[in-house]
Design a binder for this molecule. Sequence first.
Ligand code: ZN
Length: 139
Amino acid sequence: MPRAHLICKAEFCAAFRLHNPSKDDAWNRETYGICNSDSFHGHNWLMEVEVSGEIHEETGMVMDLLKLQDLVQEKLISKVDHRNLNTDVDFLAGKLTTTENLAAAFWEQLEPELPQGVQLREIRLEESRDYSVRYCGAD
Ligand SMILES: [Zn+2]
């Protein structure tokens, strides 16, 4: 059966602070630099979600792209957009809000929601023009 990859894009902005409470202030400043700011700060993230599966003969589609966009909006974007990632997002509670951890947490949220036969392949989060993270699932 022919297979294809679908890619859905979205974006969000949020406030956060990188701070590991089990380490002292000097370690946190040294490790996270300006992203350790006491007053939080914001980023605008661009996200790409990639899934793959067989192209169904009756529909000519792997899955309905609008359904994928709805899932990304409902399960991910609506939870983080214009929020504080350290305090407002239940699935990030107790986690260091790095872009790596964000991508892994998004994967955990989205994967169980996909239709049968559709595999999550990659979540890419671009935190700035110069820096992005690709997450392809746990080993
Ligand atoms: Zn930052």
